[in-house]
Design a protein. Structure first.
Length: 357
């Protein structure tokens, strides 16, 4: 382990856990600034007083409360699906969905690490297709005959969108389910922030399963799987990450529920998010993203860490993504847009990032 650690250090691939500071935040995922919204904090505080700190057990033992069930119903309505099931994290939701829908799996090469991990852990055959490449997907659909194709609606590093209508047409033609990770789409795109599937006009389609995290635009924590009604019973009966994992704390889910209600009515915030994202893309010379995340290339890993450290020294927090975290194996900064940041601070932060390149 020591030799490998030395090699990682020389390559600029050492990861360091740092205590959060009061820097201008272009690194977190609180896209709509809801993690500190008064209504969100009030809902969380009320549930904390009613239910205590933790859920007290797994969902099937003692962990399910009315707070959990209300959120599931609200999320299903929000996304136009028949049902939804809560998990302790988006990572656990992706593991649960992929394992429950067992069979050969095809994944977009840029899909989140949790989906790739889930495919491996499920133990079946899996492969990747070139990012957003419909021809490569169709070729592999013919060869592998998967039961599941996994993509993100908005990709978590480059910030580009999946061509969901075209993907759905292909998966339907070959009898596969389409799993869409809406981590960066819920709250930021689609009608009332219902996500990329709704934006594509596919809400409620029985051939689509949605997963999401509550830790991005909803400013909370937890994960969710949403889809056809039969999926809920299947997950309750067979889903190991549902059966054996402790339920998410009721206070956190109550806050997420309040955030979901606010996000539904936040079209002006989504317009501002898109404006700021376009502004950041212009200044940093990258394509305009589909939602609130963009990643300017930074050369090698050492160049990326140096760029991020120079930003931090000027009071601006940015993400620093290096292999294997980057799907294209290029080191990058990752910039995330937060509409809760003051406009003047946002402009100053972008100027710092640009000057520190």
């Amino acid at each position: 382990m020591g030799r490998k650690a030395d090699l990682r250090s020389k390559a600029g691939l050492t990861r360091t856990v740092r205590t959060r500071t009061d820097a201008i935040d272009l690194a977190g995922n609180d896209y709509l600034g809801l993690s500190r919204h008064p209504a969100v904090l009030t809902a969380a505080a009320a549930a904390l007083a009613d239910h205590g700190l933790g859920a007290g057990g797994s969902r099937l033992v003692r962990g399910t409360t009315g707070v959990h069930e209300r959120f599931e119903a609200d999320f299903a309505r929000h996304t136009g699906t028949e049902t939804a099931v809560l998990y302790s994290s988006g990572y656990m939701a992706n593991l649960g969905a992929t394992a429950a829908l067992a069979g050969p799996v095809l994944l977009d090469a840029h899909a989140h690490a949790s989906l790739h991990d889930a495919a491996r852990l499920a133990g079946g055959r899996s492969d990747t297709f070139a990012h957003n490449d419909l021809d490569d997907l169709e070729r592999q659909l013919r060869e592998l005959r998967p039961t599941l194709v996994a993509v993100e609606s908005v990709y978590s590093v480059l910030g580009d969108a999946a061509p969901l209508r075209e993907l759905h047409a292909l998966t339907s033609a070959y009898g596969a389910l389409l799993l869409v990770d809406e981590a960066h789409g819920i709250g930021t795109v689609g009608p009332h922030g219902a996500g990329g599937v709704a934006a594509a006009g596919l809400a409620g389609d029985p051939g689509i399963v949605i997963t999401a995290t509550l830790s991005k635009a909803l400013g909370a924590a937890g994960g969710v799987i949403a889809g056809p009604a039969a999926l809920r019973r299947h997950l309750h009966d067979t889903g190991r990450t549902f059966i054996f994992d402790t339920a998410p704390p009721p206070a956190v889910i109550a806050g997420a529920g309040a955030a979901l209600a606010i996000a539904r009515e936040s079209d002006s915030a989504r317009t501002e998010l898109a404006r700021r994202a376009a502004r950041a893309a212009e200044l940093l010379e990258v394509p305009v993203p589909a939602a609130g995340v963009l990643s300017p290339p930074a050369g090698d890993a050492r160049a990326a860490t140096g760029w991020a450290e120079r930003c931090a020294a000027e009071g601006v927090a940015v993400g620093c993504f290096r292999p294997p975290s980057t799907p294209d194996h290029r080191s990058r900064l990752r910039i995330t847009i937060n509409t809760g940041i003051d406009e003047a601070d946002f402009e100053r932060a972008l100027a710092v990032v640009r000057a520190a390149r």
